[in-house]
Ligand binder design. Structure first.
Ligand SMILES: [Zn+2]
Ligand SMILES: [Zn+2]
Length: 102
């Protein structure tokens, strides 16, 4: 999948979830296979800069970042961009985890 930018924290988790559902088949061991080419889905480590929503239409934050694995098919796609950003209200949601194990 493409690295999302200017997305909410929940939106990022949802985007990863729906990408996996639309493009991959989950295996009994928890890994994912590409529905088009049967390759094992990989995860690219992506750094998401944490930006605050109160800077409208711009990217502004305190320099904080979070790292998540963004899934992609190594045969059908280029690797996702190494940087994205997440736009949050003020605080990073507690108990948040967008990580996937692929
Ligand atoms: Zn941003
Ligand atoms: Zn594929």
């Amino acid at each position: 999948m493409r690295t999302p930018k200017k997305i909410s924290a929940q939106g990022l988790a949802d985007a990863i979830d729906s990408w996996l559902k639309e493009n991959c088949d989950r295996q009994p061991d928890g890994s994912y296979l590409c529905r088009k080419c049967d390759a094992t889905i990989c995860a690219q480590d992506v750094y998401f800069l944490v930006h605050f929503k109160f800077f409208p239409d711009t990217c502004g934050g305190a320099g904080e970042f979070k790292r998540f694995g963004i899934p992609f098919c190594p045969l059908c796609e280029d690797a996702p961009e190494a940087y994205g950003c997440v736009h949050i209200d003020a605080h990073w949601p507690t108990d948040y985890d967008a990580a996937v194990s692929v």
